[in-house]
Design a protein around this ligand. Structure first.
Ligand code: GDP
Ligand code: IMO
Ligand code: MG
Length: 426
């Protein structure tokens, strides 16, 4: 197997976790390279569901090395809780196979406090609808060069002084601007200490571990979180997350050369969803939208919020192809479309009186884009048991063929149900 990058091509929740779990079978190591516990990746194996927020989706395969790269932001409490939940199920979560880069930035309680205070202060319509996990404020500190990194957890004196320094500024923000209580540095430090202690054995030089795994002949699977249109640069800014979600960041966010990135797999949900605020041209506020939401079980895996649903948007996908260079597509949730008489694919937008093939780049431009649709006949058959391309109803094959044609990328995998086994390759 080659090294593989898996990334979300839409607004997240495309089914990355499921595909990573499936591909992990043949990898030596699986690495998360960006985002944090804003992610919710669902794996279903033999009917049993497991939602992961931080730990790579290869963890259910015994013996595979699971790595958290430097590009991730890590909440120690959430990480340790996830470890405990997996351990109760009998999963090996020992530091021999699960490691966190010493360079990974740590989400602190004051990051969570600022995240929710800021969201609370925004007016309706301006709210990003963040997951409230402190993701943005943690990445801000990283860029501001005052962040706490995982390695600092092993150095209590450094940790204490970094917390004290950080809170000088943050307490002004919290109290004067947002009317919250000031946070006591000593209390923040003391509350973190037990987690820091437990986390210490997991600290590693992830870049070197990746190098060793490949030198031993193994391959690496890079697991993206969120989606291309939530990318801090390329997404629907400001309604985005705070990390670089595109495939190129797999190298920088894990500590390896871009030459290592070989197969690049775009995960494409057969329709589109979005959770949180921001423009969504193909959103359906009608019966079909409700049908997709209910049949697709479209509730956020992290916050439980209802996901907004709409038709497949090829303008969005085309941009993802340009930005990520996928070698193939993995189309998920095709089964959810069964039972719809007609399906629409957005092939372009009308924007300011013109037909455009790519998302407008002006702030919030997408909010003024009108989708131009192509309509295709649907199918009524239940396809959750289909195991090959040939086994699909003809109209489902046509829908996929059109998707591949319009995106210019071949479809390598099709998913027709949440379970690991409900997937087939072309
Ligand atoms: P991720 O964040 O990209 O890993 O995706 P999520 O796990 O947040 O959301 C995808 C949801 O769809 C989860 O509930 C999966 O179990 C489910 N799912 C994944 N693939 C399929 C599929 O092909 N069909 C159906 N019906 N559900 C799927
Ligand atoms: P996975 O990996 C879907 C969205 C939030 C919000 C915006 C910013 O499961 O696909 P943040 O907390 O990151 O500052 O929130 O990004 N968001 C996601 N939406 N799937 C995700 O992850 C998401 N992670 C963040 O809803 O709109
Ligand atoms: Mg998700």
């Amino acid at each position: 197997m080659s090294n593989i990058v898996v990334f979300g091509s839409q607004w997240g929740d495309e089914g990355k976790g499921k595909i990573v779990d499936m591909l992990a079978q043949d990898a030596a190591a699986i690495v998360r390279f960006q985002g944090g516990n804003n992610a919710g990746h669902t794996l279903v194996v033999g009917g049993e569901k497991c939602i992961l927020h931080l730990i790579p989706s290869g963890i259910l395969h015994p013996g595979k090395i699971c790595l958290i790269g430097n590009g991730v932001v890590l909440d120690p409490e959430v990480f340790l809780r996830e470890i405990d939940t997996l351990a109760l199920k009998g999963v090996d979560v020992s530091p021999a196979r699960l490691m966190v880069s010493k360079k990974t930035h740590v989400i602190m309680s004051y990051h969570r406090a600022i995240d929710s205070a800021r969201e609370g202060a925004l007016s309706q319509g301006a709210k990003i609808g963040t997951t409230g996990r402190g993701i943005g404020p943690c990445y801000e500190d990283k860029m501001h060069r005052c962040g706490i990194r995982a390695a600092d957890l092993a150095d209590p004196e450094l940790l204490r002084s970094k917390i004290e320094n950080a809170l000088v500024e943050k307490n002004v923000l919290l109290t004067r601007l947002y009317g919250c209580e000031a946070m006591d540095p000593e209390q923040v430090f003391r509350e973190l200490l037990p987690f820091a202690e437990r986390l210490r054995p997991y600290l590693a030089d992830v870049s070197t571990v990746i190098q060793q795994a490949t030198q031993a002949g193994g391959t690496v699977l890079f697991e993206g979180a969120q989606g291309t249109h939530l990318d801090i640069d390329h997404g629907t800014y400001p309604f985005v997350t705070s990390s670089t979600t595109v495939s190129g960041n797999a190298a920088s966010g894990s500590g390896c050369s871009p030459r290592m990135l070989e197969r690049i797999i775009a995960i494409v949900k057969a329709y589109t969803t979005r959770v949180g605020g921001g423009p969504f041209p193909t959103e359906l506020d009608d019966e079909t939208g409700c049908y997709l939401q209910e049949k697709g079980g479209e509730f956020g895996a992290t916050t439980g919020r209802k996901r907004r649903c709409g038709w497949l948007d090829l303008v969005v996908l085309r941009e993802s192809v340009r930005l990520n260079g996928p070698t193939e597509l993995a189309v998920t949730k095709l089964d959810v479309l069964s039972g719809l008489a007609e399906l629409k694919i957005c092939v372009a937008y009308e924007y300011r009186g013109q037909r455009v093939e790519y998302p407008p780049q002006e702030q919030n431009g997408m909010a003024f884009a009108t989708p131009l649709y192509e309509t295709m006949p649907g199918w009524s058959e239940d396809i959750t048991g289909v195991t090959s391309w040939a086994g699909l109803p003809e109209n489902a094959r046509r829908y996929l063929a059109r998707l591949a044609e319009l995106s210019g990328v071949r479809i390598g995998m099709v998913s027709v149900g949440p379970d690991r086994c409900q997937t087939f390759t072309e």
